[in-house]
Design a protein around this ligand. Structure first.
Ligand code: LMR
Length: 400
């Protein structure tokens, strides 16, 4: 049976982790996957997570099934984190959430929900994704049977969003279509919409009768938990329907525990409840129910004021460290003679930025200097450190 299968290339992001691990160069630098690292190159378990895990271990009395919806406290805590406690859509009881196995699980079950909504339509919805977008958006959504379209977003020449081109591209969307937006810390570019631009996008979606679908995997790692939620909350207030897929991998550092949340904002309570039931049946048909541990940890953190405070403090440290790495990278590149070529990196948000070098230069950095990054020249800024910065700058200057 298996001889009909064709060999596939390895995943372009995840394989970098494998390649870097296998590299025995002591100077190797992993700027590949979006994983936070501290100064010594470790991805630490946050102290708030450690404390919540200890509490969980002491209090947990059973390992029986949870449910396809996951933990009630987690779902409610995540909705408040994403939308803010007093968001009008919550007051109107039009919001529901389902725990999912990671941000990927959230995107995938949301994709299946969109597919179900379009089953009987003669012209089914297109889901519009930004150019570029996170590479895994494409398989996660197209595997649901959805048709994808692309709208222009980042301009590699100007190192910013080409908002005019984006708005022009979005003129193509039709009523019932879905537009996938990155809530903050755009992956891979680090270029985020301004508040004014979010308002303009919301107005266009409403004019066209299209629905926003927000992927928010880095809340708290751009400008702050509240600031990073601004665009998403604005859309939730001004658009009648919306989906959010969120991840706790990065901001809680719970990568391997696979915990995320899908939120549906419907036109009314009945439609929200029906969507909830549909999501449960989708989850049941794929993985039955989500893993518990990570969500139980987040539930504890979000419902214990001292742990919430501790988590905020740790998240702030992470965010500020990434921002200072950006500043340091730019100033060291300037000092090494790069001029202002890389200055934009300082103003971008979250874990990622493009170096703006070509695939041959990316390959040279890997083969000659053991510096790993995605082929597009996307770097995970969090992989830099005071220790490896000089080496990265020197190597980069050699290849450009
Ligand atoms: C990334 O973009 O590097 C992360 O989201 C990790 C992944 O799963 O691709």
């Amino acid at each position: 049976m298996f001889d009909v299968l064709k060999a596939l290339p390895a995943d372009p992001i995840l394989n970098l982790v494998v390649e870097c691990k296998a590299d025995d160069n002591p100077n190797k630098v992993d700027l590949g996957a979006g994983v936070y690292k501290d100064e010594s190159g470790n991805t630490p378990i946050m102290a708030a997570v450690q404390a919540a895990q200890t509490q969980l271990q002491q209090e947990e009395t059973t390992k029986t099934y949870v449910s396809p919806a996951g933990l009630v406290g987690f779902n409610q805590g995540m909705i408040n984190l994403l939308l803010g406690d007093s968001h009008p859509a919550i007051k109107d009881q039009r919001v529901m959430g389902v725990q999912a196995p990671g941000g990927c699980g959230a995107l995938n079950i949301a994709g299946h929900l969109i597919k179900r909504c379009n089953q009987d339509k003669q012209v089914p919805a297109t889901v519009w994704i930004s150019t570029p977008t996170w590479a895994n958006h494409i398989p996660l959504l197209s595997s649901c049977g959805l048709q994808l379209g692309e709208y222009p977003y980042y301009d590699g020449e100007t190192h910013g969003i080409n908002f005019d081109a984006m708005m022009e591209g979005l003129q193509e969307i039709k009523a019932g279509d879905v537009v996938l937006l990155h809530g903050c810390c755009h992956n891979p570019s680090g270029a985020d919409l301004t508040q004014e631009q979010w308002r303009t996008v919301a107005a266009l979606l409403n004019e066209k009768g299209a629905m926003p679908f927000v992927d928010v995997a880095y809340q708290g790692l751009g400008d702050g938990l509240e600031q990073d939620a601004w665009g998403m909350r604005y859309l939730a207030e001004h658009c009648p329907e919306m989906i959010i897929a969120s991840s706790c991998s990065k901001n809680f550092g719970l990568y391997r525990e696979r915990v995320g949340e899908v939120v549906v904002i419907a036109k009314n309570t009945t439609a929200a409840n029906i969507s909830h039931g549909q999501l449960l049946s989708i989850a049941r048909g794929i993985y039955s129910m989500p893993p518990n541990h990570g969500a139980a940890v987040v539930d504890i953190i979000l419902h214990n004021p001292a742990l919430t405070q501790q988590w905020h403090t740790e998240l702030t440290t992470m965010r500020e460290r990434i921002a200072s790495l950006r500043v340091s990278l730019v100033s060291q590149l300037q000092a090494a003679g790069a001029g202002s070529r890389f200055d934009y990196i300082q103003h971008e948000k979250g874990m990622f930025s493009f170096l703006g070098i070509n695939p041959e230069q990316v390959l040279a950095l890997k083969q000659q200097h053991s510096i790993y990054m995605v082929n597009s020249s996307r770097i995970s800024v969090a992989g830099l450190s005071d220790r490896n910065m000089g080496y990265v700058v020197e190597s980069l200057m050699k290849v450009v």
